[in-house]
Design a binder for this molecule. Sequence first.
Ligand code: MN
Length: 210
Amino acid sequence: MYSQRPLPYAFEALEPYIDARTMEVHYTRHHAGYVAKLNKLLEGHGDLASIDLEILIADLNLLPEELRQPVRDNAGGHLNHSMFWEMLSPEGGGEPMGSLSEQIRRDFGSYANFQNLFTRTALDRFGSGWGWLVVGPAGRLEVISTANQDSPIALGSRPVLGIDLWEHAYYLKYQNRRADYVEAFWHVVNWAKAAEVHGAAVESLVRVRR
Ligand code: MN
């Protein structure tokens, strides 16, 4: 059985950038819904229900064919949201630090270039999906977006930072103004967590190459 980790802050902690009601509905209904559906789908597949989620998402062929699409959607939903909550913080905002900051400058030219690219990519995603800063398969930082609940892990990339672009993530406060939501997002980005995840992603690539 999969379950949600507790939200690492109160529903209202990200106000005024992300409102309490959105956080509550998002965590207790949308995210919880993906977890409940995932558990239901894997009922009776005892061995599969205990596989690490990232392994499952990286290789959906482990599953019987009829389960692949619904598991892709709901396991992706669970994993993406689990990461997303930790990528935000009431103490967030500012700019990246340490080796993540250095690699952003190396791969995008500057922090401003990265931020513009990430914002544009988030605004260009048609319909529902996610915007991501990832460590790509070759070790470079890349900005990508995925549709629906698809995870960068299925593409061989490691997510460092993500933004939920489903309307349920912002509609109550921002309605159709996705650009305002993306602008607000920068104020609550947990760069300390991003630096930690980036360090682990780089280290795991180094290990694979050894
Ligand atoms: Mn969501």
